[in-house]
Design a protein around this ligand. Structure first.
Ligand SMILES: Nc1ncnc2c1ncn2[C@@H]1O[C@H](COP(=O)(O)OP(=O)(O)O)[C@@H](O)[C@H]1O
Ligand SMILES: [Mg+2]
Length: 319
């Protein structure tokens, strides 16, 4: 549904998007993850025809965004950064305006407005000026504008930015509901959002794609993937470290001393090996009084920090 090839955007001497290529299929919810300034919004602006590319090609539902801009834009719903709307209009007036821009009129327009307002829970504020609405409602006005013509492709720039946890949950539910019939791209810097709604995540840094995979695949790149933590009584001291290090497939053991009279040993595997049964067996054999034992899937935040430079710099400065 979306096909991007060798896309580049330069602002003067500065390269904001640096030769990226990818496709998005129907049924996919792709999450752009990246630090501020990575190039997420700029990429979205080029896909939606709001900015033209310096070089490269973008096609949406088979339409090249430069050569067939109207056909491409018809296929797209776009929630821009900050969800702009006309503040003195009511949601009803704004959505009616958008409907007419989208070529809908009469009954068809009313039905589309009704449905979009329902899906975004705008019913109770349809006749109140947008400038008087809370940030959450303003964002939902933006969302209903984006989905009004039921487009096959949805591009949403930080759709849950500024929403409270309940509203975030509702918007994620809406995205999940629409996912099957559309190709959806969202940008976010909320890692849990990627795990909650995205079928695929792309980490972008300095205009380049540095990782692309399912959230589980990205999480598996974490040092903590399949790491096992065992909590033992403080009275055992650090002696278990040596025993744990001898287990086949262990690369490193770290000790966290002390809370609640316990020491926590985290056992990192070589090559993502599964260690929990071996650790449990060792604990039984040694007669340790185990307070807790668990394995981790991995930490997306750690993968994000490892792969993105601005945060890597911060980590470098801190250490
Ligand atoms: N119109 C513009 N003129 C000059 N630089 C820009 C412009 N728009 C964006 N940039 C720069 O391009 C980079 C990428 O911006 P953006 O795509 O908004 O990042 P993100 O959405 O990932 O936070 C940033 O360094 C930003 O300052
Ligand atoms: Mg942005």
């Amino acid at each position: 549904m979306i096909s991007i090839k060798n896309l580049v955007k330069r602002f003067g001497p500065f390269t904001a998007v640096d030769d990226i290529s990818f496709d998005v299929e129907k049924g996919e919810v792709l999450g752009f993850l990246g630090p501020n300034g990575a190039g997420k919004s700029t990429t979205m602006k080029m896909v939606t025809g709001y900015l033209s590319a310096t070089s490269g090609t973008i096609s949406v539902c088979g339409f090249d965004v430069e050569e067939a801009p109207l056909e491409a834009r018809r296929a797209i719903g776009y929630l821009p950064e900050g969800a702009p709307a006309y503040p003195d209009m009511t949601p009803m007036e704004f959505l009616s305006f958008i409907a007419s821009v989208r070529g809908l009129s009469g009954d068809e327009a009313m039905k589309a407005i009704d449905k979009a307002a329902d899906r975004t829970d705008l019913r109770n504020v349809m006749h109140q000026p947008i400038e008087t609405l809370s940030k959450g409602f303003k964002r939902r006005v933006g969302l209903s504008q984006a989905i009004l013509h039921d487009p096959p492709v949805l591009i949403m720039d930080e759709p849950t930015d500024g929403l409270d946890p309940n509203q975030k949950h509702a918007v994620r539910g809406l995205i999940a509901d629409m996912a099957k019939e559309k190709a959806i791209v969202i940008s976010t810097h909320i890692l849990e959002e990627v795990e909650a709604v995205c079928t695929r995540a792309m980490i972008i840094d300095q205009g380049k794609i540095v990782a692309d995979g399912t959230p589980a695949e990205l999480t598996a790149k974490s040092k903590h993937h399949n790491a096992v933590t065992i909590a033992l009584p403080e009275s055992l001291g650090e002696a278990p470290t040596d025993t744990l290090k001898k287990i086949d497939g262990v690369s490193e053991v770290r000790v966290d001393k002390g809370a609640n009279g316990e020491n926590r040993f985290t056992i990192f595997p070589k090559d993502g090996a599964v260690l929990i049964e071996k650790v449990s067996g060792q604990a039984t054999a040694a007669g340790w009084d185990v307070k807790a034992l668990y394995a981790e899937e991995g930490r997306l935040d750690e993968v994000f920090r490892t792969l993105t430079t601005s945060d890597a710099e911060i980590a470098g400065r801190a250490s």
